[in-house]
Design a protein around this ligand. Structure first.
Ligand code: 8YV
Length: 307
């Protein structure tokens, strides 16, 4: 008999068929309709941008594993899982390159105003005027908040652009780049602040009003991490009042129903949480998620547990 699996969110057909070949799949609505099926569920598959409510986990007495299709696990009740001996797996490393590419691509698009330039040409304005001068990346001071696997990939890829790098995080990793223990100082020194730290309680709203003020009117913010790291009200006000120059944002509070005030701002580049969204990367993430599940049910071991 196939093990029971509860699926949160959707997956592409080629992933879905592999889940369905190995597991007896139900959705949240099935559990609501027929609470008796909760007793059969041994695995949850989910996506890192969707919540696994603690109350749901409490209702699944036979749950052994939660496998998320993403690196983030801020929406999984880890303490409860640990207490219950439930294994949690994620998909680290396979998405580093894609997220780093989006970070640098969106930073360049923001500085060089690529969306505006595209619109300018399409609207036939090229003949009548000169497109305004923009801002170079070369020579800038860049501060990275969170120098984990993704942060390091971003830093390595930024170096050839001729920038000066510093970082802030939990500890000094004794690297070639300057460690700055004070986030406000990092922001004050930086012309570009990149957010690449994990979400969760520890990092919540760390990009606060004082940090944005320290970044200042010539400073740019890029967030490819989680909306929860930023005080969004403070960010909206800083963008509106031009107390920072601009922002490139892939993540927000309350996705996908984001605050509509962003739509009226010209100095912000908005993206629909697509850091890992390339065909190659999503295939590798799904493979790792499925490998973790299969390995657990075959051998009681997983490849990439969340520690
Ligand atoms: C996606 C992510 O949101 O890996 C993460 O933490 O945020 C993303 O890759 C999503 O989980 C893809 O299913």
């Amino acid at each position: 008999m196939k093990p029971g699996l509860l699926q949160i969110g959707g997956f592409p057909p080629e992933v879905q068929s592999q889940i369905d070949a190995a597991f007896s799949r139900v959705h949240l609505a099935d559990v609501e309709r027929d609470p008796s099926c909760a007793g059969e569920i041994r695995a949850i598959v989910t996506r890192s941008n969707l919540e696994v409510p603690a109350a749901l986990v409490e209702r699944l007495p036979k749950l052994e594993i939660i496998a998320t299709n993403g690196v983030g696990y801020d929406l999984i009740p880890l303490a409860l899982a640990a207490r219950r001996g439930i294994v949690v797996t994620n998909t680290p490393d396979v998405l580093n390159a894609a997220v780093a590419e989006l970070c640098i691509g969106s930073l360049l698009a923001l500085l060089r105003q690529l969306p505006q330039a595209d619109r300018y040409v399409r609207e036939g304005r090229w003949r009548n005027a000169n497109f305004p001068l923009t801002t170079s990346l070369a020579g800038k001071q860049v501060g990275i908040v969170g120098l984990g696997r993704i942060g390091k990939d971003i830093a390595r890829r930024l170096e050839p652009f001729g920038v000066t790098l510093a970082y802030h995080g939990r500890s000094d990793q004794q690297l070639a780049w300057r460690f700055e223990p004070d986030l406000v100082v990092l922001a004050r020194d930086a012309e570009i602040l990149i957010v690449a730290a994990p979400g969760g309680r520890e990092t919540a709203r760390m990009i606060s009003a004082p940090v944005l003020d320290a970044l200042g009117p010539d400073g740019y913010l890029v967030n490819v991490a989680r909306g929860s790291l930023v005080d969004q009200e403070a960010l909206l006000a800083a963008l509106r009042d031009r107390r920072i120059a601009g922002a490139a944002l892939d993540v927000f509070d309350n996705e996908p129903d984001i605050d509509a005030r962003f739509f009226g701002l010209e100095n912000v580049l908005l993206m629909p949480h697509i850091g890992s969204a390339t065909q190659e990367t999503r295939a590798a993430m799904a493979q790792l998620m499925l490998d973790n599940l299969r390995s657990w049910f075959a051998s009681g071991r997983v490849l990439t547990p969340v520690k």
